[in-house]
Design a binder for this molecule. Structure first.
Ligand code: GLU
Length: 621
């Protein structure tokens, strides 16, 4: 199909390519102070203090957790590279953040390789068992989809875990250390224990009822039958032992050996307490599914934005395509820090349109056709941008566009649209830069806080419920096709968006966050804050958030509503406090900025979800 020359409306201006406004903050904020290590102790202790911003040289890390950040920093100090440090940090998160990060889950890495001067995307997303069909979530007894909560706590939602295969691939391709060595710090913490903080306590508490009903989960996460108190020490010797065995036997033990057999058995017959009144459906996973799993190196998504290059995660995630499409739409408008309400209006409208296209066109590109190049093309973005009115929000949901290569301006909206699937906020993101200039952005997940709630007996880790990211119900006749239906060895569509921004071919920013489908809007908003609205990265992360995912309401944090609610309401946006979970809080981001060659600022949340931990090898004076 031939591309028609696109005309722009008078409200649209050409992308301000040269006007990249990544001004370096004048004085770097105070760097991280050393924090005392949590030693073994008897009585309740205070969870260690985390520092959200660190600026300095020799490498940097930001994660949600002090132990994980320290683990990464230690690897960097001993000469490991960013990929080594990222793997070590995520293994530690498997101990200290077991409800969001585990070898029972999956995730995505974007990686800048300084030697090759290239960005790579590593897909470690879980895939569905061979026996999965598009109606597998339909309850044969009722003919209706299983209720979401029931699908979450079931074997049916468990995807073949990708994390270990991804670590293995990442280290073989880009690392300098072997997995065994990188697991050692995590083993130590699992054996010795860590001090329970409010987050860990709360995440256990929200899961208490289902954890109680699943025998190995109760034994591990409700020691003495109770939710561990803040300040108590939590140990996980089973996981220490699993990591030790993995260090010795390698990932084959998981994918083709004894541990794989145990996983398949657990999914096929979830270890529910016979006294519990809970219907936990068995899953479809078999040993052969574990043996068939592969992590994949993919071509990252790439869009130009304000003279920079933004790289993201391609399908099976919708992160790169949706962040990329929204940015490309925004590139058609001049955004001005002096008029934040107008800038935010365009942000919400661009995001709304990009979400409509995400729902209609994005799924696992290994299994369905995804028009990725067109979704990210300037022509399609201009056609979508033509629909945005400067003074008035479009009623949502809006219809998807036609990324068909033939673009006329101001096409009237169609009618097909699908409801937004439920995706929770329960993941984690980390970033690492090393002294050679390599940069990692890594988002990993077991989907819900606590995943499926099913612990592999005696092994110390939870299994994911990532397959609940699929749509549960095939479209009715006449409805638009759904690219995200379950299928054999298919990866459910994700929103994870580990994102790297390069300027003149060198990395400048790395960002990412948990938050289910709000991941995309949080990453977008941080980029907008940093690149267009004149904030430095700590302010860009800290700023109040809003998310528009093609729904009638814009969900936002209360301070956002206080600051911009009136102005946006005047343009027809209907703002409501984000219902959560957790209520009123969107995301828990981490990021870093390379201020100039060698000088890195690592940034974590100061407040959201208990804040995160940024560290650098040599703090700047
Ligand atoms: N399962 C979600 C996804 O892949 C992430 C989980 C979350 O952050 O809640 O997009």
């Amino acid at each position: 199909m031939s591309r028609s020359p696109s005309r722009t409306r008078s409200t649209l201006v050409a992308a301000v390519a040269a006007a990249a406004s990544l001004a370096v903050p004048a004085a770097p904020p105070a760097s991280a102070a050393p924090v005392p290590a949590p030693g073994p102790h008897a009585g309740p202790a205070r969870p260690p203090v985390k520092q959200p911003v660190a600026t300095g040289y020799g490498g940097a890390v930001s994660t949600v957790d002090l132990d994980a950040s320290r683990t990464a920093l230690d690897v960097l100090k001993r000469g490991g590279n960013a990929m080594d440090a990222a793997v070590a940090a995520s293994a530690t998160l498997g101990v200290t953040e077991p409800y969001v990060s585990a070898i029972g889950g999956g995730g995505y890495i974007t990686y800048y390789d300084a030697k090759k001067r290239r960005v790579y995307a590593l897909d470690g997303r879980e895939f569905a068992p061979e026996r999965m069909r598009q109606d597998s979530f339909i309850d044969p007894a009722t003919g209706k989809p299983l209720p979401f909560d029931q699908a979450v706590t079931s074997g049916l939602g468990v995807g073949v875990p990708g994390t270990l295969a991804q670590w293995d691939l990442a280290l073989r391709r880009f690392g300098t250390r072997d997995l065994g060595a990188l697991l050692r710090p995590a083993i130590k913490i699992a054996d010795r224990g860590f001090v329970v903080d409010q987050e860990f306590h709360d995440q256990t508490a929200v899961n208490e009822a289902r954890f109680r009903d699943i025998v190995p989960t109760r034994r591990l996460f409700l020691p003495g039958g109770k939710v561990p108190e803040v300040g108590s020490v939590f140990r996980n010797p089973d996981l220490a032992d699993t990591y030790r065995q993995l260090a010795k036997r390698g990932p084959d033990w998981f994918y083709a050996g004894g541990l794989g057999r145990e996983i398949a058995r657990t999914v096929a017959a979830p270890p529910v307490d016979p006294a519990a009144d809970r219907d936990v459906r068995p899953g479809l996973m078999e040993r052969g599914d574990l043996a068939a799993y592969r992590a994949v190196v993919r071509e990252p998504t790439h869009v130009p934005y304000r003279g920079m290059d933004v790289y993201g995660m391609p399908p099976s995630s919708s992160g790169g395509s949706t962040v990329g499409e929204a940015l490309t739409i925004l590139g058609n408008f001049r955004l001005d820090a002096r008029d934040p309400v107008t800038a935010l209006h365009y942000y919400l409208e661009a995001s709304k349109l990009a979400y409509a296209d995400r729902g209609r066109y994005v799924g696992d590109a290994d299994k369905v056709d995804v028009p990725l190049d067109e979704l990210l093309s300037a022509g399609f973005a201009r056609e979508r941008a033509c629909l945005i009115k400067p003074g008035e929000a479009a009623p949502a949901p809006v219809a998807p566009g036609s990324p068909d290569g033939s673009y006329a301006p101001c096409v009237p909206p169609g009618t097909q649209t699908r409801a937004l699937a439920f995706e929770g906020p329960q993941t984690t993101h980390l970033v690492v830069a090393d002294k050679w200039g390599n940069v990692v952005a890594y988002t990993l997940s077991i989907e819900q806080f606590g995943g499926s709630g099913i612990t592999v007996p005696g092994r110390g880790f939870l299994l994911n419920n990532e397959l609940t990211d699929f749509s549960f119900q095939p479209p009715a006749p006449g409805q638009a096709p759904d690219p995200n239906l379950p299928g054999p060895h298919k990866r459910p569509r994700s929103s994870m968006s580990p994102t790297l921004v390069l300027k003149d071919g060198r990395p400048r920013l790395a960002v990412g966050t948990p938050g289910g489908s709000t991941i995309i809007t949080t990453v977008l908003q941080i980029l907008l804050n940093r690149i267009d609205l004149g904030m430095d990265l700590p302010a860009a992360l800290n700023a109040p958030r809003a998310t528009q995912r093609n729904t009638p309401f814009v969900y936002a944090e209360q301070p956002f509503i206080e600051a911009y609610g009136r102005g946006l309401a005047a343009r027809g946006h209907r703002l409501e406090v984000f219902p959560g979970p957790p209520a009123g809080v969107i995301g828990a981001a981490t990021g870093l900025e390379i201020l100039r060659p060698g000088l890195v600022q690592a940034v974590a949340e100061p407040v959201r979800r208990g804040g995160g931990s940024a560290l650098v090898v040599r703090p700047a004076r």
